[in-house]
Design a protein around this ligand. Structure first.
Ligand code: NAI
Length: 781
């Protein structure tokens, strides 16, 4: 008789396949051909393409390629019902979202199986992760809808949302997009990915059972062209996209200047950092979830292993042994760890990327790999930072690895990427983990865990991983209009030189303000500023592209400001306010000279605004989110980084202060381009800033032509956000140029805040000046 040990060693899993008869029956009920879901019913199928089971290659159904007409019909249906859906109120919508959550649970098995056959992911994942998270998302957002009216008074739905989602989590991405949109009172046209449209269609059908009114949710299927048509449709008020960075960039360009709100959740190359004191076995298990979950087709996959040199060999050995134990095969088999890659095209991409790599050493899991659309778990060690596979998203079950010696080297390597989606840290030393978390350039950080998701915790990236958060209140806000009182932008052309100028004989040319010093403009040109009465008030420097570059460099050098305490920043802003107040009459006189109108009220309002943001500097707190697992998710409001802002004419001093103060209160450094017509209100501020203990470079001011300076500012790769409240219509240009590094934008589209209104300060501005970083830490039992 064999010993227990021998039995364990020789034991193999028998196959335990999940049945898929019901899923096929649902497809059969529709004749194997699907139209779109528009205005509460299926349309007749049009020109179709096949969606296949990647594990077998078998065709599952024919799907309609959405045309411009289809998109138009869907947007029209969504538009027609939007006001009524919003008028239902938060509690009314909450009932429907709750019913949707219940129905997802009721049909959980069908959803899971349909997802698995359409996408190729293991049934264990669709059943235990995707579908439960979908239900959780609708429950949570039913709650947000319930509380919305009281917690966010005055906030309004944006209107019709055009949403485009990828194939890696077809139903979960639908939930992430649809739940907050509907909770906020918007209606939706969603385009699922062409490889995986089935669960979206099933969801749409089931939504009627939940009492979702016709037209509130519309699904138009098709490929990238259908997606492009949707995002370009003029009836769409908000675009939300998850997918590749290259398509995200195209969408940014396509929607530039349209006035559409936009959030982008794009790719990543997320670091997975293992310190020598980590629980190595847990870290290995974590990696199974980080890079072999969903065949590595996860935007936040921990695809870049950084392991401390002293344990690297041991860790790689353990990892290889674990890889050999992974079972790859039929996704419907409940014992399978790694399923099928979504499509032969994706398989070819993965294969090509790995095969073209000659650096390092490649280890493929020693485990049987079935014929077809399967790729073995792979580890590539010994790469350098410049190697293509260290930088580019593979989007497959391929882990690349490097070693580091010190925590600071780990940070440097981790941040050596154009992306910034997620990061994982393994160490038993809580001090080290919490020291690392703020230093990692990522929207999400997991400590001693990985790939944790929850509806309460914001998810999303920075840098070329996109902008905007999904989940939590921050995710809901991306579907709401803040109550900001606005007016059409007032254009005030500069005063022309009078025929018979009154010349004072004094040449006073205000310079630029860069790095805490007055700087001559690079081009050496200046411009005369005349009062409405024809008096020469002075000259201002005309900044150019080079001056913008210098200012951005100075702002970068001042990023230590972001690490100053809120208390410290508050003191500096109070000091600015005090110094401005002390020179109030002088500033008021200047404003009168410039604009011909009394300036006292504006100076008072500017001083008050500074006091407001000094107050906020240590009060715009983050949150600790309750997540249904052993931990908390900290939502930290971090500075965006370097913010460029084109300032308004309407209130040349107050407008500039309204943008500068929230930005610096939150720890950003700024490059300000003051009102082109009334720049002297800003240049007078240099001395106030100089005498207020503000570190040089935190505020930089470049005067000159807005239309000339907007482009270099918005296109600059080291600027993290750009705002325009200029009188020159620059929204389209700014948004288009921002696509270069996918920086965040805030543009006026022809309407500026009423700068004197209390709505022109506070949370909306603070949110624009911060980025939520979600840090998951173990907590409690
Ligand atoms: P993709 O970004 O092309 O597709 C995502 C969605 O966008 C699909 O629904 C597609 O039909 C749609 N789309 C494509 N072009 C569009 C356009 N011009 N305008 C509007 N919508 C458009 O991603 P794809 O081609 O499926 O995968 C390619 C690579 O993208 C993957 O290998 C992976 O690296 C990355 N990717 C990243 C994802 C993420 O979650 N970050 C998800 C999917 C893919």
């Amino acid at each position: 008789t064999p010993t227990i040990r021998e039995i364990f060693d020789s034991m193999a899993y028998g196959p335990a396949p999940e049945g898929h008869a019901e899923a096929l029956a649902w497809i059969g009920k529709h004749g194997g051909r699907f139209g779109h879901w528009i205005d509460g019913k299926f349309t007749k199928p049009g020109t179709t393409f096949a969606t296949k089971n990647p594990a077998t290659g078998a065709e599952l159904a024919q799907i309609t390629q959405g045309t411009a007409d289809d998109i138009d019909r869907a947007v029209t249906a969504a538009r027609k019902v939007q006001a009524k859906w919003a008028a239902l109120g938060g509690p009314g919508r909450a009932r429907v979202l709750y019913a949707l959550a219940r129905l997802v649970q009721k049909h959980a098995r069908l959803f899971a199986v349909l997802e698995t056959i359409d996408n190729g992911k293991p049934i264990r994942e669709s059943r235990d992760i995707d579908v439960p998270l979908v239900a959780r998302h609708f429950y949570y957002h039913a709650g947000l809808a319930q509380l919305l009216d009281s917690e966010l008074p005055g906030h309004k739905a944006l209107g019709v949302c055009g949403q485009v989602i990828p194939w890696n989590f077809p139903l979960l991405m639908l939930a992430w997009k649809v739940a907050p949109a509907l909770a906020a009172g918007n209606t939706v046209v969603l385009k699922p990915a062409e490889y995986t449209p089935l669960t979206a269609l099933l969801f749409a059908e089931i939504s009627r059972e939940a009492g979702l009114p016709k037209g509130v949710l519309n699904i138009v299927t098709g490929d990238g062209e259908t997606g492009a048509t949707l995002v370009a449709h003029p009836g769409v008020d908000k675009v939300a996209f998850t997918g590749s960075t290259s398509v995200g960039r195209r969408i940014r360009e396509a929607t530039a200047g349209s006035g559409k709100a936009l959030t982008l959740e794009l790719g990543g190359k997320s670091p997975y950092i293992v310190f020598d004191d980590a629980d190595l076995d847990s870290a290995v298990e974590g990696l199974v979830d980080a890079i072999w979950f969903n065949q590595g087709q996860v935007c936040c996959a921990g695809s870049r292993l950084l392991v401390q040199e002293s344990v690297a060999d041991r860790f790689h050995e353990k990892l290889k042994r674990r890889m050999d134990g992974l079972r790859i095969g039929d996704p419907l088999d409940k014992c399978i760890d790694v399923g099928a890659v979504v499509d032969p095209v994706q398989l070819a991409t993965i294969t090509q990327m790995v095969d073209s790599n000659t650096a390092g050493e490649t280890y493929r899991a020693n485990t049987p790999v079935p014929q077809g659309c399967f790729y073995p778990p792979t580890l590539i060690t010994g790469l350098g930072t410049a190697d293509r596979l260290m930088q580019e998203e593979i989007f497959g079950p391929v882990l690349v690895s490097m070693t580091f010696r010190t925590p600071s080297e780990a940070v440097e390597l981790a941040n050596n990427t154009r992306y910034g989606l997620a990061a994982t840290v393994w160490t038993e030393n809580v001090n080290l983990a919490l020291d690392m978390a703020p230093k990692l350039k990522a929207g999400v950080v997991w400590v001693n865990a990985t790939n944790l998701f929850d509806a309460a915790a914001g998810f999303g990236g920075i840098r070329e991983s996109g902008f905007g958060r999904e989940g939590g209140w921050e995710g809901l806000l991306a579907y709401l209009k803040a109550p900001l009182l606005t007016k059409p932008v007032k254009t005030t052309p500069a005063m022309a030189a009078p025929a018979d100028p009154e010349v004072t004989g004094i040449d006073r040319t205000a310079k630029l303000y860069v790095g805490g010093k007055q700087a001559r403009p690079d081009g050496g040109y200046s411009q005369a500023i005349w009062s409405p009465k024809g008096k020469l008030l002075g000259h201002v420097g005309l900044g150019n592209r080079k001056d913008i570059r210098n200012a951005v460099e100075a702002a970068h050098a001042a990023r230590g400001w972001g690490k100053a305490t809120g208390h410290n920043r508050a003191q500096v802003i109070y000091y600015i306010a005090e110094n401005l107040a002390a020179r109030g009459p002088e500033f008021a006189a200047r404003l009168r000279d410039l604009t011909g109108k009394p300036g006292e009220a504006e100076v008072d309002a500017a001083v008050n605004r500074l006091f407001t943001y000094a107050a906020w500097a240590d009060k715009f707190d983050g949150a600790a989110k309750s997540v249904p697992m052993r931990g908390v998710a900290l939502a930290m409001n971090e500075p965006v980084g370097v913010i460029g802002a084109l300032c308004p004419d309407e209130a040349p001093l107050l407008g500039l202060v309204s943008l500068m103060a929230p930005a610096i209160a939150m720890g950003n450094a700024v490059v300000l381009v003051p009102s082109e017509t009334f720049p002297l209100a800003a240049t007078d501020l240099y001395q106030v800033l100089d005498t207020s203990d503000l570190p040089g470079g935190v505020v930089n001011i470049v005067t000159g032509s807005h239309s000339e300076l907007a482009k270099p500012l918005a296109g600059h790769m080291d600027v993290d956000a750009v705002w325009t409240f200029s009188s020159t219509p620059l929204s389209a240009l700014v948004e288009k140029e921002s696509a270069a590094n996918l920086k965040r934008t805030w543009v006026n589209n022809g309407r500026n805040p009423d700068w004197f209104s209390p709505s022109a300060e506070g949370r909306a501005f603070l949110r624009a000046a911060t980025e939520v970083k979600t840090i998951w830490v173990p907590y409690g039992e």
